[in-house]
Design a protein around this ligand. Structure first.
Ligand code: SAH
Ligand code: SF4
Length: 366
């Protein structure tokens, strides 16, 4: 039978206020629940010591605290990166990655199980879309890791919405989840510490620009002309580069935030000097940064990662044109780029239990 109880992480503070009113309780009780969930990170209704017993019982009867069950875990060799595969109550899986980088504790979260966009080089795209995540399922990924970090006296400092799925294809749920995480009286993660990555759904980029928030935007470009882009990213046929760039300019005008452009470098496909100069022309003068990630090989795509020399040459063309650029060194799997990998393995005919397995750490080149 389907779970009739609501997910505690799905409600906004306003909705908690409505709920406590229904329970005949004063409004400040909503704030206490909110703080219990997002400041204290209490995992069970019984832990809500600030609430009267009746309200705790109502919480237990009407709400579920956990919808994500961790089933697989990978830890990088240096222990700095953790990747967790969660199973949802109805079967699909999602993954979350935690990365430690100097003082940052960054979470890479998912917004869908699988993805409908079908980018040919992407493990998540190769799965197809299983389903959208609900608001609470997006929030719970963060709460899960926030609890884990707290045990080490640490906290989440940044969130990147770059896990499985296309966040702008599940726009409302993603924005509601981010609003919950950004709320100053609760989890309180600053908007500038949150980055949303999109494959380039133009109307949603425009809507994102109008949210009135300082969330960062990352756009996955991977090609600097429409013909090549369409070969890599089927949805590019619908949204030409010029329209994407217009929408990006709207975002920059509204937020004054620098936009990151992501580029998976594929050997002799999109790592040519010609693509580099086209990209430089596209971005010249824009408040932009290019993040180059050598392709992470996936079973469903024959492309190879660019060599370090070609990556550096590509970056040099951009820098010469005044476009800031970073190459991520790929030592084995780059974790952000590797999103979708773990799910792919777990869904393989003979799933393997991955706890304790390791992969090499990622590095970054200045
Ligand atoms: N759907 C969103 C966010 C999730 S994908 C998007 O596409 O932007 C996060 C990033 O990983 C994107 O830039 C995506 O293009 C990149 N990526 C996916 N598969 C990859 C691979 N095999 N190698 C390198 N980068 C990859
Ligand atoms: Fe979806 Fe992003 Fe993968 Fe493309 S790269 S299939 S949009 S998750």
């Amino acid at each position: 039978m389907a779970e009739a109880r609501r997910h505690v992480y799905a409600l906004t503070l306003d909705e908690w206020e409505a709920w406590v009113r229904q329970q005949g309780q004063p409004r400040y009780r909503a704030r206490q629940i909110w703080e219990g969930l997002y400041r204290h990170l209490w995992p069970r209704p019984e832990a809500f010591s600030t609430l009267p017993k009746g309200l705790r019982t109502a919480l237990a009867e009407q709400f579920v605290f956990q919808r994500l069950t961790p089933t697989h875990e990978q830890v990088s060799r240096d222990g700095e990166t953790h990747k967790t595969l969660f199973r949802l109550p109805d079967g699909p899986v999602v993954e979350t990655v935690r990365m430690r980088y100097v003082r940052r504790r960054t979470l890479c979260i998912s917004t869908q199980s699988g993805c409908a966009m079908g980018c040919v080089f992407c493990a998540t795209g190769q799965l197809g879309l299983l389903r959208n995540l609900q608001v609470g399922e997006i929030v719970e990924q963060v709460v899960y890791y926030a609890r884990w970090l707290r045990q080490q006296g640490e906290r989440v400092t940044n969130i990147v919405v770059m896990g499985m799925g296309e966040p702008f294809h599940n726009y409302e749920a993603t924005m509601r989840a981010l609003a919950i995480l950004n709320h100053p009286q609760g989890f309180g993660l600053g908007a500038r510490r949150i980055t949303v990555s999109t494959v380039g759904l133009v109307p949603r980029i425009r809507q994102f620009a109008r949210e009135g928030k300082q969330y960062n935007l990352a756009v996955s470009l991977h090609a600097a002309d429409d013909a090549l882009r369409a070969r890599l990213i089927p949805v590019a046929r619908r949204w030409p580069l010029q329209e994407i760039m217009d929408a990006v300019r709207e975002y920059i005008a509204a937020t004054h935030r620098r936009v990151t452009f992501e580029w998976a470098l594929i050997h002799e496909v999109n790592d040519t000097p010609e693509q580099a100069s086209k990209l430089a022309s596209l971005l010249r003068g824009l408040l932009a940064h290019v993040n180059l990630i050598p392709l992470n090989p996936t079973p469903g795509y024959a492309g190879r990662a660019s060599t370090r020399e070609r990556a550096r040459a590509f970056c040099a063309v951009l820098r010469a044109a005044g476009v800031p650029c970073t190459v991520r060194l790929r030592r084995g799997i780059d974790i952000q780029a590797g999103c979708g990998q773990l799910a792919g393995q777990a869904l393989a005919p003979r799933p393997r239990f991955l706890v304790g397995q390791t992969w090499p750490a990622q590095g970054e080149e200045a």
